[in-house]
Design a protein. Structure first.
Length: 164
């Protein structure tokens, strides 16, 4: 039991707060301030554009490749066009792979953070995220089996030129 408590503490310290399952997030995006390697929680008043992402039971996203500029605050509107539960989680590939492994071991784990949205069939949700660092980042569905089946996409963050 002590190991389980330590493991849960480690997950929480890594940014995954327990609270997902059947939650729909109909009350709007999570506004908790979080800093990650790929950016931070975005301010809804500073959204520079909206990007719509659709998740499908073919285990694919549309679009699967997104390009943003460093510093942009993006409102992601994510729609589950499938008949099964899907989620969309932003992160580095390492973080997503680690989280996917954790989800395989604990498929009923509940979690919530401003860089993820959980969607029952036919529902929509939002994430507002500011991309503060240039590089290649990703989004994926980490429901067991979905990530492995290819339900992932990439976000290329283009550096802001000096003087912009």
């Amino acid at each position: 039991m002590h190991r389980l408590a330590l493991l849960i503490a480690a997950i929480l310290a890594g940014g995954a707060a327990l609270a997902h399952g059947t939650q729909t997030h109909d009350d709007g995006p999570n506004l908790e301030m979080v800093e990650k390697a790929f950016g931070r929680t975005g301010d809804p008043k500073k959204v520079t554009r909206t990007i719509r992402i659709s998740g499908h039971d073919t285990m694919r996203y549309s679009p699967s490749k997104i390009t943003v500029r460093q510093g942009e605050t993006i409102r992601f509107v994510v729609a589950n066009h499938g008949k099964v539960f899907h989620e969309t989680v932003l992160g580095t590939m390492e973080e997503l792979k680690e989280h996917a492994q954790w989800m395989k071991k604990h498929p009923t784990m509940e979690h919530d953070a401003p860089y993820m949205v959980h969607l029952p069939p036919g529902k929509k949700g939002e994430m507002i995220w500011q991309f503060t660092e240039p590089g290649e980042f990703y989004f994926a569905c980490l429901i067991p089996g979905h990530f492995e089946a290819g339900m992932k996409g990439s976000i290329r963050v283009i550096p802001t030129a000096q003087g912009d």
